[in-house]
Design a protein. Structure first.
Lengths: 72, 477
């Protein structure tokens, strides 16, 4: 019997998806369904804000940025 | 119809018919709506029907419009219907006919030809010529108050620039209630809506504020219809004249005091016996623009006329290396620019700064979008930048001229995209289909009704934005 599950479809880069899956391994509280391609997965609606904040923070730390010094 | 009034139009349109009935009792309201909210063709219809005793058959009215202008005709008729000005009736032999509704018709006739009723457009007070406040003083007052409001929103005080506009608590609460600012750490911070608001032209801003005011008036027990019709009355007053207050109701007096905080009306003190409408009020329902002094003039947003007429007002130069120079001494403009720029030096008539990844991200975290920033910069670009790019673009015909350096525009957008690494869409995942056939039919159905976002034939799953119709489809089988 088919079922419908409420959730939020996330579209992202494979790298970002890997990070989300890593988060989920800790307590299994993000992912509703891993959609088995590189760019999509369904997560819980309640976790979207949390996930975005966490991702933003993590990517800020990890992604290399060109030198931002304000010197002329 | 002027774009500036679209918000007020949307608001009015949402009101129930009974409100219109009460509003249209006032000649000033009927005239204001007639002047401001109607397209020209609709005005023609109203004027033609206004003095007719009997409803006009629809066929006759429709014959006035050339066949190639059917869209304009239908648009006008639909606007008139939505504002409850024109009514559909049937006369003998089931012929469809139009007529102007009452009390709109009566009120408009009164507004045009006068009435026995004393003064539908306010009572002039007998202030001696010498004591009258001059128009330029009123403009100055309106400008100061209005800039005070905008300055509060963008946080001029945060820059250490002291402003002398004394904003009342009511003003601040209204801005918060309208989600134009948010209070964080006891300091106001501009929101996305607020930034869009600041970029609009003054007339649109005033309407925006007034609609917020009318909405909030209901919450504190004032009759919104009374407030609204008072606003329309104000809009029909004459600039530079003073008006008696003693005929006003207590609610209207209260409104008057609140509006004085915004600079929409002026009174020497809350207890004065008369008041003056400022240019902000008198241009509410006319097409002429409010406040044309250099600073507010340059504030008028991208809704205005073409670039040619605004060419004189630009003051920002951006170089391809992201350096920004702004020839301004206005604290308001400086703090606006500071929202998305790292400022470096300040001279008496010039500030310099740099648009950087950090400064753009800071702005985006506050909810300002890249497009808003770009449109602000474009609107206020220095004439020299327009000239430079006009000559450059003359050779490459067909490409829309961009005033800002393309690298900067692209980079601002890229910096915003960097924030959005994931795209999240709430919805429903359908799964556990037994056979491929069972999966395919609802999936195709979801695609047809345009709710399908993602599907996987292999795993027999699909994701939709709305489930009701798909679920109903499954049940039907």
């Amino acid at each position: 019997m088919p079922r419908a599950v409420r959730g939020v479809l996330i579209e992202c880069d494979p790298s970002v998806k890997a990070i989300i899956l890593k988060y989920d391994e800790e307590r299994h509280d993000y992912v509703v369904e891993d959609l088995d391609d590189d760019r999509h997965l369904v997560i819980k609606e309640s976790q979207v804000q949390n996930l975005k904040a966490r991702l933003g923070k993590e990517l800020d730390e990890k992604v290399m940025q060109p030198d931002e010094s304000e010197s002329e | 119809m002027a774009a500036a009034s679209s918000r007020s139009f949307e608001y009015l349109e949402g009101l129930p018919g009974t409100v219109f009935y009460k509003l249209y009792q006032q000649p000033a309201t009927a005239l204001a709506i007639f002047r401001r909210m109607l397209p020209d063709l609709a005005k023609c219809f109203v004027m033609a029907l206004l003095y007719l005793k009997d409803p006009l058959p629809a066929v006759d009215l429709e014959a006035w419009v050339k066949p190639e202008s059917l869209r304009e005709r239908d648009n006008s008729l639909s606007i008139l219907g939505r504002l409850h000005i024109l009514a559909n009736t049937t006369i003998s032999n089931n012929v469809r006919a139009y007529m102007v509704t009452n009390p709109f018709a009566t009120s408009l006739r009164q507004a045009l030809t006068g009435t026995e009723q004393t003064q539908p457009f306010g009572v002039l007070s007998n202030v001696p010529e010498t004591d009258l406040i001059s128009v330029s003083d009123l403009d100055e007052y309106a400008r100061r108050q209005w800039e005070g409001v905008l300055g509060y929103m963008v946080g001029t005080s945060g820059l250490g620039i002291q402003r002398d506009a004394n904003l009342s608590k009511g003003v601040k609460q209204l801005l918060q209630a309208g989600h134009l600012v948010e209070i964080r750490d006891r300091r106001p911070e501009i929101t996305k809506d607020g930034f869009a608001f600041v970029l609009q032209d003054v007339n649109t801003q005033v309407w925006h504020i007034l609609i917020l005011y009318v909405e909030s008036a209901e919450a504190i027990g004032m009759d919104s219809v009374e407030v609204l019709s008072f606003l329309f009355l104000l809009s029909s007053l004459e600039l530079g004249r003073s008006y008696e207050k003693k005929h006003l109701t207590s609610n209207q007096l209260r409104t008057l005091t609140d509006l004085a905080d915004f600079g929409i009306v002026y009174q020497e003190s809350p207890d004065a016996s008369h008041f003056y409408p400022t240019r902000l009020a008198t241009t509410l329902t006319s097409d002429s623009s409010a406040l044309t002094n250099p600073i507010s003039g340059s504030l008028s947003g991208p809704t205005g006329a073409g670039a040619a007429s605004k060419a004189g007002s630009g003051f920002i130069i951006i170089e391809t290396n992201y350096r920004l120079y702004a020839y301004t001494s206005s604290p308001l403009q400086i703090s606006l620019i500071a929202l998305f720029t790292t400022l470096k030096y300040r001279f008496p008539n010039l500030i310099t700064g740099k648009i950087s990844r950090q400064s753009i991200r800071r702005a985006i975290e506050m909810g300002i979008t890249a497009d808003q920033i770009i449109s602000y910069l474009t609107t206020h670009a220095h004439p020299q930048m327009r000239k430079h790019n006009a000559s450059k673009n003359a050779s490459s015909m067909g490409v829309p001229p961009s005033i800002l350096p393309p690298t900067v525009v692209d980079q601002i957008r890229l910096w915003q995209l960097e924030r959005d690494r994931v795209k999240a869409t709430p919805g429903f995942l359908f799964k556990d289909f037994v056979s491929l056939a069972e999966y395919e039919a609802p999936c195709r159905y979801a695609e047809e009704i345009g709710v399908l976002l993602w599907k996987s034939d292999r795993r027999r799953m699909f994701f939709v934005t709305r489930h009701e119709q798909v679920a109903a489809f499954l049940r039907r089988k």
